[in-house]
Ligand binder design. Structure first.
Ligand code: ZN
Ligand code: ZN
Ligand code: ZN
Ligand code: ZN
Length: 207
């Protein structure tokens, strides 16, 4: 399998039940490719009893619940038909659920590994540490007091201090910082997706 983004060959990272489901992943591009064996349908006509008054007769796959046909009560012999136990679920769907969880877990693991390799991890660790420091607490307090704890966007109560740039993170100029309320903080970040400490550090330090 080749990565659709960088075109390099990428490793098979999960092989679930001898190829029933496979996951390939390119850590460099964060690109994934999955291949899952389709259900080998087993169509059976059964009674689906939703309540004592609502009984449907349908031909469906007992493994994945794929619908094929509905039958009128007068066309079938209700007393001779087996019922579907609705609580039992569907084997194929249960497997898919299991696979989705397994794949997501694996990709998270690989992303974390990649982060550690590329220094993203240490940059973020450093930043979280900085946000806990007394230096930052004092700066933060100063910014908030300076605007009377009012959000610089909407005027409501500000509890957060936002970095408009990470250019001087650790030794910010006053204009680098901005007091905001929680909702406006979210807006600042969604309007400015390039504002990201990790990519900015990488650019500055040629990592
Ligand atoms: Zn790639
Ligand atoms: Zn099926
Ligand atoms: Zn606000
Ligand atoms: Zn922010």
């Amino acid at each position: 399998m080749n990565c659709k983004k960088c075109n390099e060959e990428i490793p098979l990272v999960v092989n679930y039940e001898n190829g029933f489901a496979k996951l390939w992943y390119c850590s460099k591009c964060d690109f994934e490719e999955r291949e899952i064996t389709e259900c080998e349908h087993e169509f059976v006509t059964l009674k689906y009893e939703y309540s004592s008054t609502l009984i449907n007769v349908m031909t469906k796959c007992t493994k994945c619940d794929k619908f094929l046909k509905a039958h009128k009560h007068r066309d079938v012999d209700l007393s001779n038909l087996n019922s579907k136990n609705l609580e039992e679920g569907f084997e194929y769907q249960d497997r898919l659920k299991e696979i989705r969880i397994l794949f997501a877990k694996k990709i998270n693991e690989l992303r974390l590994e990649q982060k550690k390799l590329t220094n993203e991890w240490s940059i973020q660790q450093w930043y979280y540490g900085y946000l806990q420091s007394n230096i930052w607490k004092k700066k933060r307090e100063w910014v908030l007091k300076n605007v009377d704890y009012k959000c610089e966007r909407c005027g409501k109560k500000a509890l957060l201090v936002h970095h408009k740039t990470y250019d001087r993170v650790g030794y910010e100029n006053p204009e680098d910082l901005m007091a905001v309320c929680k909702s406006c903080h979210g807006k600042e970040h969604s309007e400015n997706r390039d504002l990201d400490i990790v990519s900015q550090f990488k650019l500055d330090n040629n990592i």
